[in-house]
Design a protein around this ligand. Structure first.
Ligand SMILES: *Cc1c(COP(=O)(O)O)cnc(C)c1O
Length: 380
């Protein structure tokens, strides 16, 4: 990495800081040659569930599979409807489609970008089986009203917490609210393996047992199959790496929050919108998303200065080609669509330095100035 580049996310910096613990952990697994569903997996399941304030953890192959398994364990199947948002990563909807169900999209809160629970009841039908609130960008969904509505209509709640490891709602960590919560442990997430991994948490022992059976070919006892499951196991190498990293998660999230405060202070008066954290939430800034006008100009200016930016996400799911058959027209989710045109993500990772943040901020200031000057020049 050239020294003057500020990437959107810097995984090398993280690895260098924990290499002295990761390498021996990998070696221990390989010396033991127990590669699946061994002590590292069990320790991680226990520790992560406890961390979330939940009872059971079932570690799996990735976050998408975690969602599929959760839907299957909740017996969501062909013909059922699942209420969720279009402002999420495609995996949320892929999982719903995978079990034969249909996603029903509702719009988002324009300030926090997460599900607006006020819209849920209008789309509940006799076919609705579950709600998937997505704790997006690191900000939790307002869970109490979601849980109340679910109870009233006898619906399951499956949290997609893939972007919010450690975030809290009313002082309680996400992953402890739904019937099941699903976390991706993809390498770029707040807590990530060095490869593919995911985990489901649940307070329900029966659901935990079903998840455990489903992830390992429907089997409790070798070559004896109670259900038609899948190969969705986590491997011991990834579990060992996650066991090294979990104790750092709170420290890393606190650093993300401190970076966000620095960005917020400097940017609140010069961009259209900075991230909002509700009073009942702690935001863990998986990504730091602002809104700007003239996004292409903005991103170009930062790219010229070797500063990475991203757009999470440029095309809402209901307007993706892959989702055309669900029949949502442009304009059907106006808040989601408007946000997708103005959002841009800035570099955000725990190891970001004060100096780097300053450089991002001064580059943004300069880009606004040059844009204003160009506009003046055009009008003369
Ligand atoms: C990353 C992510 C997933 C999918 O996780 P994978 O581990 O990549 O399969 C699902 N939902 C959301 C919101 C995500 O950000």
């Amino acid at each position: 990495m050239p020294t003057n580049e500020i990437p959107l996310n810097d995984l090398q910096a993280e690895f260098q800081s924990i290499k002295h613990e990761v390498m021996p952990a990998i070696e221990r697994v390989l010396d033991g040659m127990q590669l699946f569903l061994g002590p590292q997996c069990h320790r991680f399941e226990e520790d992560f569930a406890r961390y979330c304030g939940s009872r059971y953890g079932v570690a799996v192959s990735n976050g998408t599979d975690a969602l599929v398994l959760a839907l299957r364990a909740c017996q969501v199947s062909a013909g059922d409807e699942v209420i969720t948002v279009a402002n999420t990563f495609i995996a949320t909807v892929e999982a719903i489609a995978q079990v034969g169900a249909r996603p029903v999209f509702i719009d988002i809160d324009p300030q926090t970008y997460v599900m607006d629970w006020r819209q849920i009841e209008a789309v509940v039908t006799p076919r609705t089986r579950a709600i998937i609130p997505v704790h997006l960008f690191g900000h939790p969904v307002e869970m109490q009203p979601v849980l109340d509505i679910a109870r009233r209509h006898n619906l399951r709640v499956i949290e997609d917490a893939s972007q919010a490891h450690g975030a809290t709602y009313q002082g309680r960590r996400v992953g402890s609210f739904g019937d099941i919560a699903c976390f991706s442990l993809y390498y770029s997430k707040n807590l990530g393996a060095y490869g593919e991994a995911g985990i489901c948490t649940t307070g329900n022992g029966e659901l935990a047992e079903t998840l455990r059976i489903l992830r390992d070919h429907g089997s409790r006892v070798r070559y004896q199959h109670d259900l038609l499951g899948m190969n969705n196991r986590i491997d011991e190498l990834q579990a060992a790496i996650l066991n090294v990293k979990l104790p750092y998660l709170d420290r890393w999230n606190a650093r993300r929050q401190s970076h966000a405060r620095a960005y917020n202070d400097a940017l609140q008066d010069i961009v259209e919108q900075i991230p909002v954290a509700r009073s009942w939430a702690s935001h863990v800034y998986y990504v730091y998303v602002i809104q700007v006008r003239e996004r292409d100009h903005f991103r170009n200016a930062l790219q010229q200065a070797a500063i990475g930016t991203g757009v999470h996400y440029p095309i809402p799911l209901h307007l993706q080609s892959a989702c055309r058959h669900y029949g949502y027209a442009p304009g059907s989710l106006p808040i989601t669509e408007a946000a997708s045109e103005r959002i841009v993500s800035l570099p955000m990772y725990p190891e970001l330095t004060g100096e780097q943040i300053e450089r991002v901020i001064s580059t943004i200031r300069l880009s606004r100035v040059t844009r204003a000057t160009a506009r003046v020049a055009r009008t003369i």
